[in-house]
Write a new protein. Structure first.
Length: 340
């Protein structure tokens, strides 16, 4: 997709409604193929790109970094960085490409991100975040939002967290996606940072009570439909991360429950992806780059292991095409019948 020639649009009704359910930006996972699959599963949810550094947006291959299929919308571009002018330039480019939202990452705890002075370490520099958000907002007409943690390392001060939000909100930023854990900048891997720091959902609940004009979306630790429904009584929306990727049918069930649609069976959902797969393969994309995102579709179901095995072992082979996907689906039939 080339950059579309249209000005920024004000937020649409569809975009606003999508806040109730979204899929987190996840490095190496939420690429354009993953997002098309997630859109089939969740027609109403808000999708996010992987984090892209602002410098890459300005200087890099924009077709590769920013290209997307319009079916993915409503879609947000997540940027990393800490230089207000550079972030503003990247935000402008993202808006010109047609993204519905520009999101600033203030939550990633990896060493590489810290070395570049962005991600979770920005929680310690609220004034810089505010300057960055203000510059981005001045450059675009689409919403500029922030994804953050509760704090860094052993900071247990709710007032400091709220002060961070207030400082950034003073620029006009109205949406905060709160990963309800601290980020440990030393001693924990990114994976451990998603699991070890304790969850404190009550901080997000309190923020919403005290700042009702802000849109507060909650991220972290939710892996079942009941978890999501329980949180929606306290915040404006829920963002799923690993759960949406490892158990994508959960995303489908939630979208149907929250927006009033009808659930479809797993095989029908996957077969709806066929035109996209074949179009991409016609452009030279290998099957494995798409099917790696669907491996969890039969998570917890009879035949799920066989489904994953067929795709994992066959998708990388020369000549692999949609026939392999049908073979993977066929491998689930006998186990499901036996379980029934």
């Amino acid at each position: 997709m080339n950059a579309p020639a249209f000005p920024d649009r004000p937020p649409s009704t569809r975009y606003a409604a999508s806040a109730r359910l979204s899929v987190a930006p996840m490095m190496d996972w939420t690429d354009r193929h993953c997002r098309v699959f997630h859109r089939l599963l969740a027609p109403h949810a808000r999708l996010y790109t992987e984090m892209v550094h602002a410098n890459a947006v300005v200087l890099g291959d924009r077709t590769r970094l920013l290209g997307f299929d319009p079916v993915e919308q409503p879609l947000a571009l997540q940027l990393g960085g800490s230089e207000p002018a550079l972030l503003a330039q990247a935000a402008r480019i993202g808006a010109d490409w047609g993204y519905d939202e520009i999101n600033l990452n203030c939550g990633c705890p990896s060493d590489r991100v810290q070395a570049g002075r962005f991600g979770a370490c920005l929680m310690k520099e609220p004034a810089l975040v505010a300057d960055s958000v203000a510059a981005m907002a001045a450059a675009v007409r689409v919403p500029v939002t922030v994804k953050c943690r509760l704090g860094v390392d052993d900071d247990q001060d709710y007032e400091r967290f709220r002060a961070f939000v207030d400082t950034v909100a003073a620029t006009g930023c109205a949406t905060f996606i709160v990963h309800a854990r601290n980020a440990w900048l030393k001693g924990l891997s990114p994976k451990e940072n998603r699991e070890i720091p304790p969850l404190r959902y009550e901080w997000a609940w309190q923020l919403k009570r005290e700042r009702p004009d802000l849109e507060v979306l909650l991220n972290g630790g939710m892996a079942a439909a009941g978890d999501v429904q329980a949180q929606l009584g306290h915040v404006d929306g829920v963002m799923l991360g690993r759960a949406a990727y490892h158990d994508p049918y959960l995303l489908h069930r939630l979208d149907a429950d929250l927006y009033g649609g009808e659930s479809r069976d797993r095989a029908a959902l996957l077969r709806a992806l066929r035109p996209y797969v074949e179009a991409q393969m016609g452009q030279g994309v290998a099957l494995k780059h798409i099917t790696r995102h669907v491996l969890g579709l039969f998570h917890g179901q009879p035949g799920g292991r066989a489904f994953r095995q067929v795709l994992s072992e066959g998708a990388h082979r020369e000549g692999a095409d949609w026939t392999l996907v049908e073979q993977a689906l066929a491998a689930t039939v006998a186990p499901r019948r036996a379980a029934a």
